[in-house]
Ligand binder design. Sequence first.
Ligand SMILES: Cc1cc2nc3c(=O)[nH]c(=O)nc-3n(C[C@H](O)[C@H](O)[C@H](O)COP(=O)(O)OP(=O)(O)OC[C@H]3O[C@@H](n4cnc5c(N)ncnc54)[C@H](O)[C@@H]3O)c2cc1C
Length: 377
Amino acid sequence: DIGADAMNAIAITARSLGDAGKVYLERIENYRKYLQKTDKCVVAGVTDVKGDRHLRPSDPKQAHPDFHLRIVEKRKDGIVLRGAKVHITGAAYCHEFFAIPCRALSGPEDSDYAVAVAVPANAKGIRQIVRPFHGRISVDEFPVGSELRRMHTDSLIIFDDVFVPWDRVFLCGEWQVAATCVYNFALMHRRTGCAYRIPMSEQLLGIAVAIADYNGISGAPHVKEKITEIVIYLETLTALSRSACLDYVMHAGIPVPNPITTNIAKYHFAHNYHKIVEIIQDLAGGLLVTAPTYRDWQNPETRADIEKYLQGNPEVSTENRLRMFDLVRRLTSGDLETICLHGEGSPFAERMTILMEAKKIIAKSKKLVEDMAGIKK
Ligand SMILES: Cc1cc2nc3c(=O)[nH]c(=O)nc-3n(C[C@H](O)[C@H](O)[C@H](O)COP(=O)(O)OP(=O)(O)OC[C@H]3O[C@@H](n4cnc5c(N)ncnc54)[C@H](O)[C@@H]3O)c2cc1C
């Protein structure tokens, strides 16, 4: 998904350059055909390590100039890159990655940072420091068929003077369009985020309903209210996500999801996520973190007590109640909270885009009330 989002962003950026972008468009199309033919998996390295967030990439006050990926040499046969990308999901097991700028650039001093390329994951000079996923189901949890939860790894990727041949260079110094590139990537990637968040939100609704039922509290009015809250969360996301596609707009001849709706959808699911987790943890009760473990369940000395005393709803076995606690704990863990908040961009990034994209409707609304008030300008 993320590779396609990056490729489309690069294509829009190249088109926005007019004649100057033709060479990049040709390379992008060749690269697309190469991927189709070889079925390679490509991830996107967008987020730079950035250093001091208030300082521009080339600002001499940065501790060093390599916090954003940059061109350190232009050669006859290609360019050489130095820098580091961070949080790159799936990089440890992809074939290649795109690297594109993660921010707008405001002047020619930053032109070395305006670079978009595709590189093989094992190119000379690439090093990855991979954070392992904590996806293994522990011995304290009830087994669910597979020991592993399907989670990705995330990499810190170091570009230690990596050579990229010209046919894999899609932006090289055009600082004016770095914003176009990152803006369109973020737009498409936030829509991608909305798509996978819908089934994840269905899981949240599912565990809330199930644990309320297993605890025997489903009929209580405040519980129904809480379930309603999660339904509203899920259905708002689904509606916004769908509407973002139906109300698409054209960027340089390529249809892209509606920018305002997409950003509101992403903001909605990230901003309200912790509230939904709070509801689920509230419905689950303290056993969520204090329940005896699967090992206690297996122990003949303790099992009978657990079975007798930890049942909730008489129609649900204690084992199923404990299994559901395990799942609730896994699906509301702290790492998932952070992914929800920062994956596809931090909440403030969405708010900034929403305000920027809302300029027209803001002006139109002001004019509307001025007309209503009889104000003539
Ligand atoms: C699980 C996970 C997977 C990810 N996968 C990928 C991936 O595959 N590829 C990829 O490229 N990226 C990936 N990301 C990166 C993600 O897009 C970033 O985390 C996100 O854009 C925020 O950047 P950051 O983490 O550097 O945080 P920061 O930018 O440091 O943000 C932290 C806080 O600082 C604020 N802030 C930042 N800059 C400024 C400023 N100039 N002035 C004032 N406030 C500021 C932000 O609003 C936020 O509140 C992933 C992130 C996560 C958590």
